[in-house]
Design a binder for this molecule. Structure first.
Ligand code: SAM
Length: 202
């Protein structure tokens, strides 16, 4: 498969990701809490990157019974995630290199998280559909991502433009697609549309 623009972008950003993104990527812990995990939950993070959300998921799981799968199509980001897992000694985390729009893991999950990944996936409707197919009955899928900066006036256009230069598309109808896919969807916005959290139930 030819390397996509996003994979090319992370070829280099993988090395600086952890010490730069804390400035802009907020709300991780709150989003994981919305998954309402049990100690024995099976969890999938789609577009897990270097694994910055793993600790928030793992602190809710029993290491012997709960499991986490991190999926990403960037081998460079997964290499950093692998180092994090080894350094922390986490034994119930598995990494999968795959495209979210085509994923087929052959199993279902109680919780599925997209954290700042959906807006970077070119075929994002397919990624939502594939995730829905992986959600167990009664499970929850949570999306945390940039919103449209609706209350930011002219600064909103600047933010959207800057994010687009970084392969993040904020103006697609994410909420509509989630509502068309899941029977129950609750969406909340933070800081005048800086980001949104969507909680979807199967
Ligand atoms: C902004 S990072 C977010 C990483 C992590 N979720 C976090 O919260 O720090 C976006 C991630 O989505 C991944 N990604 C983008 N498109 C993807 C796709 N089609 N399939 C799998 N992963 C993808 C990128 O490789 C990148 O690691």
């Amino acid at each position: 498969m030819a390397r996509s623009a996003v994979q090319g972008f992370y070829r280099y950003h993988a090395y600086i990701y952890d010490w730069t993104r804390w400035t802009i990527l907020h709300g991780r812990k709150r989003a994981v809490a919305r998954l309402e995990l049990e100690p024995d939950s099976d969890v999938l993070e789609v577009g897990c990157g270097t694994g910055l959300n793993f600790r928030y998921v793992l602190e809710r799981l029993d290491p012997a019974r709960g499991r986490l799968v991190g999926l990403d199509f960037s081998g460079d980001m997964l290499r950093q995630a692998r180092k994090r897992i080894a350094a922390r000694g986490w034994r119930n985390v598995e990494l999968v290199e795959a495209d979210a729009a085509r994923m087929d893991l052959g199993r279902r999950f109680h919780g599925i998280l997209f954290a700042y990944s959906l807006t970077m996936i070119p075929d994002w409707p397919a990624a939502i559909e594939r995730a829905a197919a992986h959600l167990a009955p009664g499970g929850r899928l949570v999306v945390l991502d940039f919103s449209r900066f609706a209350a930011w006036g002219p600064l909103g256009a600047l933010m959207r433009g800057w994010l687009r230069l970084n392969h993040v598309e904020t103006l697609r109808p994410y909420e509509d697609k989630l509502r068309a896919t899941f029977p129950r969807v609750d969406v909340s916005y933070w800081l005048g549309g800086y980001n949104f959290t969507a909680v979807c139930q199967a």
